[in-house]
Design a protein around this ligand. Structure first.
Ligand SMILES: [Zn+2]
Length: 342
């Protein structure tokens, strides 16, 4: 199916919240990893979200060019083309973009969408995240409001973050003193500012102790009830239509019980990167160790072209990552939930 348009995407989010499941949002950095996500989603009969981080996008543009907007365009165009062949809907999203990177990343991509819309073509991306979590909430929301006004005109969905996700992603590390738990007061302020923009749609990454990366059991203390408290506060204050679409960052390595509880409180998107990175690399490591004298020219031998052709191990990596995507879909109770009907 084509990439989900705005109405399909909004419907996807509503269905997930009503049906108490969530979409995996998987980070990709290449054609192969994007294809792995599509394969995993298709085999799960689940819709989902493909996302690109600033670093992933810079990587995708090539190490000599390192242009994050260009790399993101390239991946998105690939997904638009190949997604037509898969019987599920996929949305295209850009991950964390801090305020100082908006000019290099999100804004050129929004401009690209505006150009496309002006010539009657579909949006390039379906949604973008602005991560103002390092700023005071007022500054974060001042920027978010401006973005959302522009997004609303272009049928784009904005993801924002209130509170800080711990750990490190893309070389951006949360401060040790960071505010890892969002408060109901924060989220009321989010609703007050953003719901004033009529007809706009946004996603909220409220933090409840989640961290990027994978840690040994016990190191991460999640408090999903924070999400419940935030939803209850906003619904009490602004009515049922103000209920948030929540995003769970740092989903890799989380306990299933915490994931399910978070979904019950309105999480509709869970970001997965570390676990799918590992699945991809695990298959390559296996190939290299198993075919040591095939992939290398050892002791004057010539190796085995079948073993060192990158397609051999990248095909295994694609399959392994797709399996991990399928597990993410199962964990998020999404198997078989696609809106696509054959
Ligand atoms: Zn994140």
């Amino acid at each position: 199916m084509p990439v989900a348009d705005y109405h399909k995407y909004c419907r996807m989010l509503e269905r997930a919240r009503e049906g108490r499941f969530a979409y995996p949002a998987i980070n990709v950095t290449s054609l192969t990893t994007a294809n792995a996500v599509l394969k995993g989603l298709a085999e799960s009969r689940s819709d989902g979200i493909i996302q690109v981080s600033t670093g992933g996008a810079a990587f995708a543009s090539g190490s000599l060019v390192k242009d994050m907007a260009l790399g993101a365009v390239s991946i998105a165009e690939h997904v638009h083309r190949v997604a037509e062949r898969y019987p599920v809907y996929v949305a295209l999203h850009t991950d964390h973009c801090q305020a100082d990177k908006l000019d290099q990343y999100v804004l050129p991509l929004v401009e690209e969408t505006e150009k496309r819309r002006a010539s009657g073509r579909p949006n390039l991306f379906s949604s973008h995240m602005f991560d103002g979590s390092a700023l005071p909430l007022k500054d974060n929301l001042d920027i978010s409001v401006k973005l959302l006004e522009r997004f609303q005109k272009n049928e784009l969905i904005l993801e924002i973050e209130a509170g800080v996700v711990g750990g490190e992603e893309d070389g951006v590390k949360a401060e040790a003193s960071a505010k890892l738990y969002t408060t109901p007061e924060d989220t009321l302020e989010v609703a007050r500012r953003l719901n004033a923009i009529k007809g706009a749609c946004y996603l909220l990454a409220a933090t409840f102790g989640n961290v990027h990366g994978v840690y040994k059991p016990g190191a991460v203390k999640l408090k999903p009830t924070i999400l419940r408290d935030c939803q209850e506060a906003v619904v009490k204050h602004y009515g049922e239509e103000a209920r948030f679409f929540l995003v769970f960052h740092g989903g890799s390595g989380s306990e299933l019980a915490d994931i399910h509880e978070a979904i019950d409180y309105g999480v509709v998107k869970m970001n997965v990167d570390t676990d799918t990175q590992y699945a991809f690399t695990r298959a390559i490591a296996h190939h290299m160790l198993k075919n040591y004298d095939g992939v290398l020219r050892v002791d004057g031998e010539v190796g085995n072209k079948k073993n060192y052709d990158p397609r051999s191990y990248l095909t295994s990596a694609e399959a392994s990552m797709a399996e991990r995507v399928k597990q993410a879909v199962r964990d998020l109770r999404g198997t078989g939930t696609t809106m696509f009907k054959t």
